[in-house]
Design a protein around this ligand. Structure first.
Ligand code: NDP
Ligand code: MG
Length: 388
C-alpha cells in the first residue's frame, strides 16, 4: 500500500495534533510533507523532529537564529508568513491536505488545493462559510474530494453514504448547547472569558470554544452543511443534544431517520477523513451503552442565542454576507477574548456589520477577502464606540 502524502495546516492546534496522533497510530499509511504553526515555533520543531516533514511553515512569528538552525539541522525547509500556506498547497506534490488552521486564513489554501484536484480533510469550517460556492464549484470541476472533519458533518456524510440526495427530507444538526445552555438569558451579560472557555463536552481551541458558547459555531455549521451537502438552510434543523453522543442525523422522505453515534472524540472523524475511502480499525475508547444514562433533546433558544438567526440570514442573503458574518465574528471573538467587549456584544457587532455592509454578489475570491477585511475594520471601529 502506497502511503498518503499529507500536509497538515495548523499542526500545533487541537485538530492538528489529533491528526498527527492518527498518523502515529498508522505510520505506514501516511507521509507528512509539511507542518505549520502560527506562533508555537518550538512545538513545531518537536513535531518536525518526530515526523520529518520536508517543509515547515511559521505564519505568525519570526523564528530566531537558533530555531532556524535547528530546522536546518533536521533538513527541514522553513518558510514564514501566511502566504506560505497557499504556496505550499500550490507547489508540493501531496495527496491530502488536512486543513486544521482556525479562521479565514484557511480559505485560500483550501481553494488552492481543491483547484488542483487534491483531496481536503476539512476542519476549517470558516473556509466553507466564506467561500463555499467557490470551493464546491472548484471541487466539482477538478474532482477533488472535500472530506469533513467537523463531527456533525462527518456524521451527516456517513448517514448519506449509499443514499440518493433526492431522498433527503432534512438534516438534523445536533449541538451541545454550550456552557450557557441552562443559564437564564439575563445572566449572559455577566459572562466572563473564563466561563465561556469551559466547554462541557469538547476540548478545543479558544476561538471555536467561544463560538460554541455564543452558538455561532452551530450557525457556521449550518452554512458549512449547506455547501457540503448542497442544501438550503431551511432543510437544516438544529437540535440541542447536551450529551454530544448523536453527532447529527439525516431524515429521509419515507420517514426514516439515520443517526451517527459515538463518544465525543474528534480522533474518530479525523481518522475517517484521513483514511477515506477506507474505514480503519482504531483503539479509541468505545461508547458503552451499559453506562449511558439517557440522551435528551430540545429545540435551540434562538432568542437567547441570536447567532443562529444571524447565520441563517447571511446564507439566505448569499454573496459576500457569509464572509462578513465570519470575519465580524472572528474580530468580535478576539475582542471578547481580550476582555475589551462583553459576551453579548459579540452578536450585536456581527449584526451591525451585516446591516452596514453593502452586499457584493460578485463572489470572486478577491471580493470575498475584501468583504472580510471590511468587516474586521467595521467591528473594530464599532467596538470602540460600545459601552460594555
Ligand atoms: P486551535 O486554536 O487549537 O489550533 C489552530 C491551529 O492553527 C494552530 O496550529 C495555530 O497555531 C494555527 N493558527 C492560529 N491562528 C492562525 C493564523 N492566523 N494563521 C495561520 N495559522 C493559525 O484550533 P482548533 O484545532 O480547535 O480548530 C481548528 C479548526 O477546526 C477551526 O476552524 C475549528 O472551527 C475547527 N474545528 C475544531 C474542532 C475541535 O474539536 N477542536 C471541532 C470541529 C471543527 P498556534 O498553535 O501557534 O496558535
Ligand atoms: Mg462541530
Amino acid at each position: 500500500m502506497a502511503s498518503k502524502k499529507i500536509i497538515i495546516l495548523g499542526s500545533t492546534g487541537s485538530i492538528g495534533l489529533n491528526a498527527l496522533h492518527v498518523v502515529e497510530q498508522m505510520p505506514e499509511r501516511f507521509r507528512v510533507l509539511a507542518l505549520t504553526t502560527h506562533r508555537q515555533i518550538d512545538h513545531l520543531l518537536q513535531l518536525a523532529q518526530r515526523h520529518r516533514p520536508a517543509l515547515a511553515v511559521v505564519t505568525g512569528a519570526e523564528p530566531d537564529g537558533e530555531q532556524r538552525n535547528a530546522f536546518r539541522a533536521l533538513g527541514v525547509e522553513l518558510r514564514t508568513g501566511t502566504e506560505a500556506l497557499a504556496a505550499i498547497c500550490a507547489e508540493l506534490d501531496y495527496d491530502l491536505l488536512v486543513n486544521a488552521v482556525v479562521g479565514a486564513v484557511g480559505f485560500t489554501p483550501t481553494l488552492t488545493a481543491v483547484e488542483r484536484g487534491r483531496s481536503v480533510a476539512l476542519a476549517n469550517k470558516e473556509a466553507m462559510v466564506i467561500g463555499g460556492a467557490l470551493v464546491t464549484a472548484a471541487a466539482a470541476a477538478s474532482g477533488a474530494e472535500i472530506l469533513p472533519i467537523d463531527s456533525e458533518h462527518s456524521a451527516i456524510w456517513q448517514c448519506l453514504m449509499g443514499e440518493e440526495k433526492t431522498a433527503v427530507e432534512e438534516i438534523i444538526l445536533t449541538g451541545s448547547g454550550g456552557p450557557f445552555r441552562t443559564w437564564p438569558a439575563e445572566d449572559l451579560v455577566h459572562v466572563t472569558v473564563e466561563q465561556a472557555l469551559k466547554h462541557p463536552n469538547w476540548n478545543m481551541g479558544r476561538k471555536i470554544t467561544i463560538d460554541s458558547a455564543t452558538m455561532m459555531n452551530k450557525g457556521l455549521e449550518i452554512i458549512e452543511a449547506c455547501w457540503l451537502f448542497g442544501l438550503t438552510e431551511e432543510k437544516i434543523r438544529v437540535v440541542i443534544h447536551p450529551q454530544s453522543i448523536i453527532h447529527s442525523m439525516v431524515a429521509f422522505r419515507d420517514g426514516s431517520i439515520k443517526a451517527q453515534l459515538g463518544l465525543p472524540d474528534m480522533r474518530v472523524p479525523i481518522q475517517l477523513a484521513m483514511t477515506w475511502p477506507e474505514r480503519c480499525a482504531s483503539a479509541f475508547p468505545r461508547l458503552d451503552f451499559s453506562t449511558l444514562d439517557r440522551l435528551t433533546f430540545a429545540p435551540p433558544d434562538e432568542a437567547k442565542f441570536p447567532a443562529l438567526a444571524l447565520a441563517r440570514a447571511a446564507i439566505r442573503t448569499g454573496g459576500s454576507a457569509p464572509a462578513v458574518l465570519n470575519a465580524a465574528n472572528e474580530a468580535a471573538v478576539n475582542l471578547f477574548l481580550e476582555e475589551r467587549i462583553g459576551f453579548l456584544a459579540i452578536a450585536r457587532l456581527i449584526d451591525g456589520a451585516l446591516q452596514a455592509h453593502s452586499i457584493d454578489s460578485a463572489l470572486s475570491a478577491g471580493a470575498l477577502l475584501e468583504a472580510d477585511h471590511w468587516a474586521r475594520d467595521h467591528v473594530t471601529e464599532a467596538a470602540a464606540h460600545l459601552r460594555r
